[in-house]
Design a protein around this ligand. Structure first.
Ligand code: ZN
Length: 203
């Protein structure tokens, strides 16, 4: 897993929701394009179409507000025609219309974003993980150590299954990884893979 391209299309009014749902997905070594973070003009939308064509997965975010967007439906149709897997993320199952009525997606739980983020990661993992070489961890997050003057690359390898990660979440058990250079420990929430805190270095 590395460099897989994820194309997220959504209504302008849903940008805040989309940013919340994809904040940790963006920490993975993916190339995440959130369509409307780009300039919304006919011209730039055309360029986005090129990006969509080169994506490994398309994620339309479907809400009451996206129903009227001709772009989103067009992008779904385009992805399907190109054989790009589509993962609809929807407020209500009825928002999956046309091409994707029966496509397995993720229902948005507005009261518990962690559930939604977990389910998005699960779907992405089942679609994208097989692309990774067997010799490298299928799923990981890498970031520079935040200790001043360290900046050593730290990697959180996620070898556990999604089922196991959800169990850890329910038991409030955090994932942890250490910086090999300074010895500080980083903790992450297992369902969302969101950063929780850093401890150390102790010396
Ligand atoms: Zn460090």
């Amino acid at each position: 897993m590395s460099g897989e391209r994820i194309y997220v299309s959504h209504a302008t009014a849903d940008l805040t929701l989309v940013q919340k749902l994809f904040s940790t997905v963006k920490n993975f070594p993916f190339d995440v394009h959130i369509a409307l973070e780009e300039v919304e003009s006919r011209q730039s939308r055309k360029r986005l179409e090129g990006r969509l064509a080169n994506s490994d997965v398309a994620v339309p975010v479907l809400t009451e507000r996206s129903m009227d967007s001709p772009w989103i439906n067009q992008e779904i149709g385009y992805a399907q025609a190109k054989g790009i897997p589509v993962v609809p993320v929807y407020d209500d199952a009825s928002h999956r219309t046309g091409f994707i009525t029966d496509v397995e997606g993720v229902s948005v739980d507005r009261t518990d974003p962690a559930v939604t983020i977990f389910n998005i990661l699960s779907r992405l993992r089942s679609i994208l993980a097989p692309l990774g070489a067997l010799s490298v961890p299928n799923w990981y997050v890498q970031f520079p150590c935040t200790v001043p003057d360290c900046s050593h690359p730290v990697q959180l390898e996620i070898e556990r299954s999604q089922t196991k990660l959800w169990k850890l979440h329910r038991h409030s058990t955090l994932l942890e990884t250490a910086c090999e250079n300074c010895g500080s420990t980083y903790y992450f929430e297992p369902a969302t893979i969101g950063f929780v805190r850093r401890e150390g270095p102790t010396h």
